[in-house]
Design a protein around this ligand. Structure first.
Ligand code: HPA
Ligand code: ZN
Length: 326
C-alpha cells in the first residue's frame, strides 16, 4: 500500500540493534568454515528452523552460541558491513548499535579487535552511504557487576571510540540496581546510559533504570503500561522507548502484534521508536518492523511520520544534525 511505501522510503534511524543479532545463518556458516568450527546444525535451513523461541532466555541461548563464530576483527567487520547494507536499503540515515564485549572477550577475542572491526565497517558506511553512527557497549546483566567493572576497565583504552553504555541479556532476577556502581563509573567517564528494562521485567526495573542508572532512553520499556505513574513520567520527561515489535512477538512478550501497545503509547504522547533488536533472529529489519506494524496496528500516515521523526529526536545526534534530518 501507499503507507508501506511511505514508511519504507522515509529517512529513519535505528536505535536498538545488537550487532551480534544481525548475524544471518549464511554468514554464521561461512565464519564457522573459516575458523574450522562446527555448528550443531546441518545447514542454513536447519539453523533458521531453530529460531522458534518461547521467551527471552531461549533466544539468548542461541544468540550466544551463534556469536561463537565471531573470532577476529575481519569477522566483526563482515558482520557490521552486512548489517549496514541492509540499513542503507531501508533508508536508515543514522544507527546506534550495541555490542556485547563480554560474549567475545570470554572466548579470548581482544577488545581492540571487536571494536576495531565494528568501527571500520561503520566508518566505511558513513563514507559510502552517509549513515552516521554511535557505538554503545552493553553489559550482560546475567553476569556480576564485578565482571561489568572489569569489562569497563578493559575498554578504557578505547573509550574515545565508544559513545555510550547499555545493559542487556536475561532481565528477570537481574534488576538495574545490581549495576548501580558500574554505571556511576560510566557516568564519571562521561558515557551516556541506556538500559533494557520492562521487556520481560516489571515496571519497577524501568524506574530503577531511570533513577539509579540515570538512563536517558529505555530499550523496550513496553511493560510501562502496567504503571500509569510511570507512563506519565515517560511522557512528561519525553524519555524515549526503543520498541522492537517483531522481537516482542518472537519472544512472546505479546501473543500477537495486534495486541502490541506501541500505538497507544505513541498516541499518549510518548517518544516511541521502531527498531529491529536482533533482525537475523526475529524475522526482519527496520522496514519489516514498520510493515508488520502498519498491517497489524492500522497505523496512519501521521503515526508513521511521527515514528520516523522520533527515531531522530531520540537519537544522540547533536541538534544541528537532527535539524538536518528532521
Ligand atoms: N533483550 C535482552 N538482551 C538482548 C536482547 C533483548 O531483546 N537482544 C540481545 N540481547
Ligand atoms: Zn535488545
Amino acid at each position: 500500500s501507499d503507507l508501506i511505501a511511505l514508511a519504507c522510503a522515509l529517512p529513519k534511524a535505528e536505535l536498538h540493534l545488537h550487532i551480534e543479532g544481525s548475524l544471518e545463518p549464511e554468514l554464521a556458516f561461512e565464519l564457522a568454515a573459516k575458523h574450522g568450527v562446527t555448528l550443531p546444525y546441518a545447514d542454513v535451513e536447519a539453523l533458521r528452523a531453530a529460531y522458534d523461541f518461547n521467551d527471552l532466555q531461549s533466544f539468548l541461548d542461541l544468540y550466544y552460541a551463534g556469536a561463537g563464530v565471531l573470532r577476529d576483527a575481519d569477522d566483526f567487520h563482515a558482520l557490521t558491513r552486512a548489517y549496514l547494507q541492509r540499513a542503507a536499503a531501508d533508508h536508515l540515515r543514522h544507527v546506534e548499535i550495541f555490542f556485547d564485549p563480554q560474549t567475545h572477550t570470554e572466548r579470548g577475542v581482544p577488545m581492540e579487535d571487536i571494536i576495531g572491526g565494528i568501527r571500520r565497517a561503520l566508518l566505511e558506511a558513513e563514507a559510502e552511504h552517509g549513515i552516521t553512527f554511535r557505538l554503545i557497549m552493553s553489559f550482560l546483566r546475567h553476569l556480576s557487576e564485578a565482571d561489568a567493572i572489569a569489562t569497563l576497565e578493559a575498554a578504557k583504552p578505547f573509550l574515545h571510540r565508544i559513545d555510550g553504555v547499555g545493559l542487556d541479556s536475561s532481565e528477570n532476577g537481574h534488576p538495574p540496581s545490581k549495576f548501580e556502581r558500574v554505571f556511576a563509573l560510566c557516568r564519571e567517564y562521561g558515557l551516556p546510559v541506556v538500559a533494557h528494562a520492562g521487556e520481560e521485567g516489571p515496571p519497577a526495573y524501568i524506574w530503577e533504570a531511570l533513577d539509579i542508572l540515570q538512563a536517558r532512553r529505555i530499550d523496550h520499556g513496553v511493560r510501562c503500561s502496567e504503571d500509569p505513574k510511570l507512563v506519565e513520567r515517560l511522557r512528561a520527561e519525553q524519555i524515549p522507548l526503543t520498541v522492537c515489535p517483531l522481537s516482542n512477538v518472537k519472544l512472546k512478550v505479546y501473543p500477537d502484534l495486534a495486541e502490541h501497545n506501541l500505538k497507544g503509547l505513541l498516541h499518549g504522547g510518548l517518544v516511541i521508536t521502531i527498531n529491529s533488536d536482533d533482525p537475523a533472529y526475529f524475522g526482519g529489519y527496520v522496514n519489516d518492523n514498520f510493515i508488520a506494524c502498519i498491517k497489524a496496528l492500522d497505523l496512519s500516515e501521521t503515526d508513521i511520520v511521527q515514528l520516523a521523526r522520533n527515531s531522530f529526536t531520540a537519537s544522540w545526534l547533536d541538534d544541528a544534525a537532527k535539524a538536518r534530518l528532521l
